[in-house]
Each structure stands twice: as C-alpha cells, then as structure tokens.
Design a protein around this ligand. Sequence first.
Ligand code: UD1
Ligand code: MG
Length: 454
Amino acid sequence: MALEVIVLAAGQGTRMRSSLPKVLHKLAGKPMLLHVAETAQQLQPAATHIVVGHKSEVVQDAVAHLPVNCVYQAEQLGTGHAVGIGARDVAEDATILMMYGDVPLMPAELMQAMVDKADQQQLVLLTVTLDNAHGYGRIVRNNQGNIEAIVEQKDASIEQQAIQEINTGIMAMPAKFLRAWLPRLQANNAQNELYITDVVAMAVADGIAIDFMQPEFAQQTQGVNDQLQLAELERWYQQQQATSLMGQGAQIADPSRIDVRGELSVGSDVFIDVNCVFEGQVNLGDGVHIGPNCVVKDTSIAAGTMVKANSVFEDAIVGEDCDIGPFARLRPGTELAAQAKVGNFVETKKTYLGKGSKANHFTYLGDTSVGEGVNIGAGTITCNYDGVNKFRTQIDDGAFIGSNSSLVAPVVIGAGATVGAGSTVTKEVPADSLAIARGKQRNMAGWPKPTKQK
Ligand code: UD1
Ligand code: MG
C-alpha cells in the first residue's frame, strides 16, 4: 500500500522562548524538522504532507529542497484538526504515518515497522513507559492488557494519572479509517481542542485492531518543548555517535566531549582528542590523529596524518602523512598532497600544496598552486586580491620562499627558484634563480643617536 506521511509542525513552541519556530531549532547542527523530513524520505513515501502554521514561510523555506507538500493550518485547534488538514490530499487507499516535527530522533526502521503493521488494517501506536509521565497522553488498557483509549493529562482521572505508559504521538493507520474518524472528533475536553488521540477509542468502538510498538530508547521518541530538553537530547545523540565511533575502533579521549553534526567516517586506529567538532561529511583515514579543540567540516583527511590542537578545516582534502597545526586554518578549496606540512597561524584557501611542501609559520596562501618539495618561509603572504579581482600564484617544485615575502599575484615562482627574505615579488621569478626585491641596507658608521629635546 502507498505510504503518505503527515508531519505536524504548526505550533509555535512558546516554551523555547525564541523568535525561531520550534521545529527549526537545530539538533546536531540540523533543524529538527529536517531530521523528521529526512527520516520520512527514507521510507520512500508517495507523499509527505507537512502541516505548517506559526511562521509558515520560514518553515516552508527550510524544507523547500525536499519533495514535500506543505499545508497551512491557520489556527492551531488541536492535533486532530492538524491531522485533518494534513490528510486533505491523502489518497483513499494510502497508509498514513503521523509524525511530529519536534520529535527529531525517530529511527526510520521503527517507523517502517509501524507502517508494515498498519498495512495489516490496524491502528498502530508508538508508546513508551516513562518514570515521569506527567504532561503526556496516557495509554489506557483493559484487564486483558488491550489498548482502549488515550487520555490526556488534563482529562485524566487520578488513577489514570498513575499510568506510566504514554502516547509518543506517532501513529500509523489506513487512510480510510482516519477519514471515517476525523469528522467524529469533538472538542469536548479540558483544552477544547480536537484530539487525534480520540481515534483510539473510535477504533475500539468500530472493532478495528489496535497494535503498538515501543522504541529501543525513550530518547528516540522524545519531543522537544524547551531549551533544556533540546540540550539533553543533543547530549544523548552525541553520546550515541561517540559510542558508535568507538564501536568502529576509534579512540576518543572523552566521549562526552565530541560533537558530530553530520557524518563522520573513521578508518582503523583513529584518535580524537577532547572538544572536537565534526560537521557535514568528514572522513578520517587509518591512523589519523586529531588533537584537541579542532573543528573539521566537509573534509577528508587521509591515513597517517597528524593534526595538532586548535586547527580548523572546511571543504579541504588532506593527503596521507601530513602534519597540520597547531592553529592551522584550512579554508575551502585547500588540497594537500602527501607529507605536506601546514603549521601554526597558516591560512590556506583554494590552494594546492604539493608532496612534502611546507608552510610552517604565519602564512596566508590564497588561490595558489604549490609544487613538490617547496619551502614557504614564515610570514609569507600571497597577495591574491586587488580589491576587485582575485589572481593566482604559482610556485613550482623545489622553490624556496624566504620569510616575510609578499607574492603579488598573478605571479609565477619557477622551479628551484629562491626568493630572498622580505621581498615583494611582482614579476615572474625564472627557474633556479634568486629574486631579491627589498630596500637595500645601508650602514652609517658612527651615527649620532637623537637626544631628548628640552
Ligand atoms: C500530544 C498528544 C499526547 C502525547 C504528546 C506527546 C494529543 C491530543 N495529545 O500532546 O497524547 O502524549 O503529544 O508529545 O494529540 N500541532 C499542530 N497543530 C495543532 C496542534 C498541535 O501542528 O493544532 C503540533 C505541535 O506543533 C506539536 C504536535 O502537534 O509539534 C503536538 O502538539 P502539542 O500541543 O505539543 O500536543 P501535546 O499536548 O504535547
Ligand atoms: Mg507537546
């Protein structure tokens, strides 16, 4: 049966105390709603309907790149009302999976298992048992243990309030059942809202089978209502990432001090020191060592490379056995061949550094191609920008750039050439020659020092 997903995301999330709609707050660097929408995509649904309301334009923009259909709920009259709007365009013979935009960590396999059960013409609930169930809808079961109803906190009797099994809010069911139930929902409850949870009692009355599933971890179905819950869920998620990386053999100095905001793949014998952040797609080859306080984004680092403390990478490709940092900054378009060295306070951008080449101290290399075995002295700057346009610098194999040189692009330093320290190079330096472009030193013997004026 074709699957259609309905995601409820119309609420404001007052308790976040933020101008940003709740579902756009980020977990692991990604808006919660994107976590949900991407999980939904993994199920390959025929359609995904996202119910938007509060700041709908902003929310719609955040999912614009996904094949989803946003439907507008002008007034938030309850989850039953929201599902009614989300289900408007759903095909008669579809199976519906209902998700919440503020429950970011639901596993796709669990959602699929619920859908498979709903395909058997059942209403399927996702429930979880909590030590503190306060605030949630309670799962009411009869003497045989069969689910009879969901009762919201505000409508629950004292006995019902003692129930610890709660409704996570996630449900799956055949669309034709939902269509029959939606017009029968009534707002005669403590909150004067249309509760989607009332469909459970309707299923019982109609003799429709009700099944349920539970998550492996309660956090997988945890909704976020405030900043504290968001932070707690983030820490749990990061702990799971660290556990998985260690399971793959990575050594992590402190599993509570690593953040993976994307996907991190590791080879064997990788070591990651404390306080590192990995964003986007990051690949670390065998034996890579990452020092403390590094930020690595969308970067591949090949086997054997050593990264020292406080280095920052973005959109870079690093070859084998390189030596980087401390305090190096590799900006987008940086590519290092094997055994290259980039040391402290060196910044690179759109720069290729050939095999074994070194820029060890205080240097800016922008829009630069560096051959093999080049030595770039401390304080070298490629002057790549004239205020309007950018130009490239080319430094060929075996060249030596003396300290504190400015290479004014476009310029070529030929193979084996040497640039004398303190030079400002504006013209091509031919291969194997020496260029010196600096003020000449004059020594004045016996020069009288200035004296203090009265
Ligand atoms: C709901 C469930 C409750 C469950 C709890 C789990 C109902 C009546 N209750 O309660 O059983 O234990 O979730 O967290 O369903 N939303 C809309 N439009 C609306 C109303 C809500 O889009 O008109 C969205 C909200 O933005 C939120 C979600 O639906 O993402 C749940 O709504 P909320 O008001 O938080 O329901 P709860 O009272 O928490
Ligand atoms: Mg809620």
